[in-house]
Design a protein around this ligand. Structure first.
Ligand SMILES: NC(=O)c1ccc[n+]([C@@H]2O[C@H](COP(=O)([O-])OP(=O)(O)OC[C@H]3O[C@@H](n4cnc5c(N)ncnc54)[C@H](OP(=O)(O)O)[C@@H]3O)[C@@H](O)[C@H]2O)c1
Length: 326
């Protein structure tokens, strides 16, 4: 298949290259595109060295089977429609199209059926939402989800390569706050994105909206508090969920343990450092909440893998299968 990656030199773009190889995507042609800053640099797909090219309008006027966008909302708004008009299926990692009614927001294990017969732009959800909705969808099918309250502990790589550099500089004694509103090293910051009129941050509002859209429950009650923590890779979430029906904890644990892309950890817990290169959403510390109809659990996922590149490649594979391309 002919594939292009826009933003190939970023944290997510580089991981997309890894995931295309790890998931054995049959790639015949691969264009790697970025800004003039990194044009001319060389990236490897397996043992193939590929020179990164400057993204311009002509880069995407010929059709690819898939164009994976991972270069922020501004770039996506400008260039994704050009790629789609050329006949390419676009999978975009940014927030640019997630709220568009006609554009599917996809976690393939939950709503992958939306990809059948679809062409055009597909939106990849926010990293914190992907890892959370995977277990919530399983529990929703069993007990009828009514309310979610989540606090997140999000790593600096969630802000891209600049987030990692900012924290590493502070570790060597720099006192420049870099891209964050406060020092992030040895600290936690309860703000991700600008605050909105509602009092919630942009990241929190993304979780509210995207959870409802993916689970197809416009009236679901969702309340998020998003916090940046001095961790390099891996987002953690403390989740409280309420249901229409009483929960059977043993049954819920068994269902989670058997579900695709979920690892259920019994009698132990996982930390972001323990994730390694996992592509799964890890669930542990499952327990009752305030009564029989609610539960609490701890959830950890690799934000650059599951939260971005892995989900994008899973969308590609699911779409390619339904379109008979593989
Ligand atoms: N990091 C995460 O955990 C995560 C999770 C989910 C979604 N996302 C989303 O994925 C996207 C990329 O995130 P990231 O973490 O990979 O960021 P990043 O490390 O900062 O990388 C950004 C990439 O975009 C490219 N780029 C920026 N401006 C460009 C332009 N005008 N034209 C062409 N390319 C341009 C950069 O190219 P240069 O090398 O030339 O600068 C780089 O390849 C963002 O939309 C982000 O919100 C990230």
């Amino acid at each position: 298949m002919k594939i292009a990656i826009v933003g190939a030199t970023g944290e997510v773009g580089r991981m997309m290259l890894n995931c295309l190889a790890e998931f054995n995507v049959p790639v015949t042609e691969l264009d790697l595109l970025a800004s003039p800053r990194s044009a001319g640099s060389v990236l490897y797909f397996g043992d193939r060295a590929i020179t990164v090219k400057i993204l311009d309008e002509d880069s995407l006027r010929r059709p690819f089977d898939y164009v994976l966008f991972s270069a922020g909302a501004g770039v996506a708004l400008n260039y994704a429609p050009i790629a789609a008009a050329a006949g390419s299926v676009v999978i975009d990692n940014s927030s640019a199209f997630r709220r568009e009614k006609e554009i599917p927001l996809v976690v393939p294990e939950i709503n992958g059926s939306l990809l059948s017969g679809y062409t055009g732009i597909i939106a990849n959800p926010n990293c914190t939402t992907i890892q959370m909705v995977l277990p919530l969808a399983v529990l929703d099918r069993l007990y009828g989800l009514r309310k979610v309250v989540v606090s997140t502990y999000q790593s600096v790589s969630g802000s891209g390569h600049k987030g990692i550099v900012t924290m590493e500089n502070q570790r060597t004694g720099e006192t420049d706050i870099g891209i964050y509103p406060e020092l992030i090293d040895l600290n936690v910051i309860p703000q991700i994105g600008a605050f909105q009129d509602s009092g919630y941050s942009q990241e929190e509002e993304k979780i509210h909206f995207e959870t409802r859209k993916i689970l197809d429950q416009p009236d679901l009650e969702v309340c998020a508090t998003c916090v940046r923590v001095p961790v390099i890779f891996g987002h953690s979430e403390s989740i409280y969920a309420e249901f229409a029906q009483p929960v059977d904890l043993a049954e819920a644990a068994a269902a989670l343990a058997q579900s695709e892309s979920i690892v259920y950890e019994e009698n132990t817990y996982i930390t972001p450092r323990g994730l390694g290169q996992s592509n799964d959403s890890h669930v542990c510390r499952l327990r009752y909440g305030t009564g029989p109809n609610s539960i609490c659990f701890w959830n950890v996922g690799h934000n650059v893998r599951l939260g971005a590149a892995t989900n994008a490649v899973r969308i590609l594979l699911r779409h390619a299968k339904s379109a008979g391309r593989i």
